[in-house]
Design a protein around this ligand. Structure first.
Ligand SMILES: *Cc1c(COP(=O)(O)O)cnc(C)c1O
Length: 391
């Protein structure tokens, strides 16, 4: 495939082939897992492009080329976790710098900005980016990066990537978009003007809940060079075996996303009609405040939703305990369906008042729709509602 320009191929094809060639030595169709930490050199400095696996590894390079193609970027850089990818981008900043961050970001991202980076003199302002004018107004002379996640987690807010990219471009700042929830199948931030995309590949890209990994994709050559340096110097690289698993998982990304979206749509619609549900947050519903924008910048509203169950924490706990197909677990984006309680589980690192302000209450539940039969999934949710009603 190396003689074909990836930009001429559809995403479904890239998921399976990008960055991968039949092994020149054996013809093996699947990318070999090269576990070697070091590579023999013909003489000092005379090598075939690999000297030490932290700096470069053939299995990882195949994955990185695949990542780049999926987001339509020139560079893909793989990390040992989504948080490590986030840290690598932050390590391109310095003390005294300021970052604007969406208010409803992944709890671990919030924790990095709020707890880890403060001690190194990097300041962050968290704000609702629903109105791009607020982003412009929050810029400071020290602002060096804008960071957003859309759809956001767990409230599924939608922020306007193109409008915020425009603000970033005018202020000569990089815009980073965490595209973990949407995946490149549903949303391509680089084509909307973002400088870099970050992923927790732990989620949809791998899709089978058996790897923790992260990635950054960008077409900015200077930024990519700095990120490659951070990857090698700070060393948060994924193992070759994990790279192989993600290469394998990502092959089915396009077909998986179709099913995730179809199930989420069905379940969201049914939840809106349920008497025990106070509110449903899903960008595919016309009642969602970001519906029109989501329809414009995404090709589907995603496989994640959250809803407010009536009855508070006791009802939410009974609901989760009654489920038999949905696992009560953190994380998302796998073939199996997951249900969780953001206030206690994924978003516990966000202070209680901030959670309340965002609407993350005791009755809020988040679902990651897997690819099981949506009829079986709905029957499982009915089990939850029946138990919650008895409380
Ligand atoms: C999980 C997640 C992360 C962090 O990724 P890890 O692989 O868990 O380190 C970042 N952003 C989003 C949106 C996530 O869901």
């Amino acid at each position: 495939m190396s003689d074909l320009d990836p930009s001429t191929l559809k995403l479904d094809t890239l998921c399976i082939h990008a960055g991968q060639e039949a092994d020149p030595l054996t013809g093996a169709v699947m990318t070999p897992i090269v576990l070697s930490s070091t590579f023999a050199q013909d003489g000092p400095g005379e090598h075939k492009g690999y000297d030490y696996s932290r700096a470069g590894n053939p299995t990882r390079n195949a994955l990185e080329a695949c990542f780049a193609a999926l987001e339509g970027g020139r560079h893909g850089i793989a990390f040992g976790s989504g948080c490590a990818a986030t840290m690598a981008l932050i390590l391109t900043l310095k003390a005294g710098d300021h970052v604007l961050v969406g208010d409803d970001v992944y709890g671990g991202t919030f924790r990095i900005f709020d707890k880890v980076m403060k001690q190194f003199g990097i300041d962050a302002t968290f704000l609702d980016m629903s109105d791009p004018a607020h982003v412009r107004a929050a810029l400071r002379p020290q602002t060096r990066m804008i960071w957003m996640e859309t759809p956001s987690n767990p409230m599924l807010k939608i922020f306007d990537i193109a409008a915020i990219a425009d603000i970033a471009r005018k202020a000569q700042l990089p815009l980073v978009v965490d595209n973990t929830f949407a995946t490149p199948v549903l949303q391509q931030p680089l084509s909307l003007g973002a400088t870099a995309v970050v992923h927790s590949t732990t989620k949809y890209l791998n899709g089978h809940s058996d790897v923790v990994g992260g990635a950054i994709m960008t077409s900015d050559d200077a930024l990519a060079e700095r990120l490659h340096f951070v990857q090698k110097a700070a060393g948060a690289v994924p193992s070759p075996f994990d790279c192989y698993l993600v290469l394998r998982g990502v092959k089915t990304l396009a077909v998986r996303m179709e099913r995730h979206v179809a199930s989420a749509r069905k379940v969201a619609e049914r939840l809106t009609l349920h008497p025990q549900v106070a509110r449903v947050h899903y960008p595919g519903l016309p009642s969602h405040p970001g519906h029109a924008l989501a329809s414009k910048q995404m090709s589907g509203p995603g496989g994640m939703l959250s809803f407010e169950l009536r009855g508070g924490l006791p009802a939410a706990t009974a609901f989760l305990k009654a489920l038999r197909i949905f696992a009560c677990a953190e994380s998302l984006g796998g073939v199996e369906s997951l249900a969780e309680h953001p206030a206690i589980m994924t978003h516990a690192s966000i202070p209680a008042e901030a959670r309340a302000q965002l609407g993350i209450g005791d009755g809020l539940l988040r679902l990651s729709l897997g690819i099981e039969s949506s009829d079986d999934l709905w029957a499982d949710l009915e089990r939850g509602f029946a138990e919650a009603k008895r409380i």
